[in-house]
Design a protein around this ligand. Structure first.
Ligand SMILES: [Zn+2]
Length: 201
């Protein structure tokens, strides 16, 4: 089987749609999965407190409910737990893999790939170009050791520089349209203005 990067639309819900595609083979799960996050935060205030979320839980829940808010590590952590699936997240820039939900005895593992701004799904397919989407295998057993084909895919994406260096990339605040450089400026802008939606440009 060959590891294939299945491209997910850049519509601010890529994390949710990448996970939704892997779990359900559906690209229409983002609203439901945002709700899963909100419900998890409300149900477990001891775990999902302000220190964990970076803002007050009610504020965070309101924010992540909005279709333009980007999911990240918090969402992968919560989705792994709520969907009872391991989520292996591969980072192209560092070639690192973080596994969420590991050691929780879940049956399956799904895989996503991150380019610094955007998440896509990783699936296995009998064709080296992933010709037939219907044949995508998007869940592998959780006990599977790191797959050589997936490691090779991540390495080739890194070699082809298919990632954004978030220290130096250009982005724009989608609230006030200010141009910003790098994640640090975006974080500082969000802190000083309360604006929390950014787009690449
Ligand atoms: Zn702004």
């Amino acid at each position: 089987m060959h590891a294939i990067r299945r491209v997910i639309a850049s519509d601010n819900s890529c994390l949710f749609n990448a996970v939704g595609y892997c779990c359900e083979k559906s690209l229409r799960e983002s609203t439901r999965l945002r709700k899963v996050i909100v419900d998890a935060i409300r149900a477990d205030p001891a775990t999902f407190d302000e220190a964990f979320l970076g803002k007050a839980p009610t504020e965070y829940a309101d924010w992540i409910s909005k279709p333009n808010s980007w999911g990240g590590q918090v969402e992968l952590f919560i989705l792994a737990k709520a969907l009872r699936v391991e989520i292996a997240a591969y980072d192209i820039q560092t070639e690192r893999c973080d596994v969420y939900g590991q050691d929780a005895d879940y049956e399956d593992r799904i895989m996503v790939i991150y380019d610094g701004l955007h998440y896509d799904s990783i699936v296995l397919n009998p064709s080296s170009i992933g010709a037939d989407v219907e044949k995508d295998v998007s869940r592998v057993p959780a006990s599977t050791p790191a797959l050589a084909s997936v490691a090779a895919l991540v390495r080739s994406q890194h070699a082809a520089k298919k990632f954004t260096d978030t220290a130096n990339f250009s982005l724009r605040c989608l609230v006030c349209q200010k141009g910003l450089t790098g994640q640090a400026e975006a974080v500082a802008h969000a802190k000083s203005t309360g604006h929390a939606n950014f787009g690449e440009y």
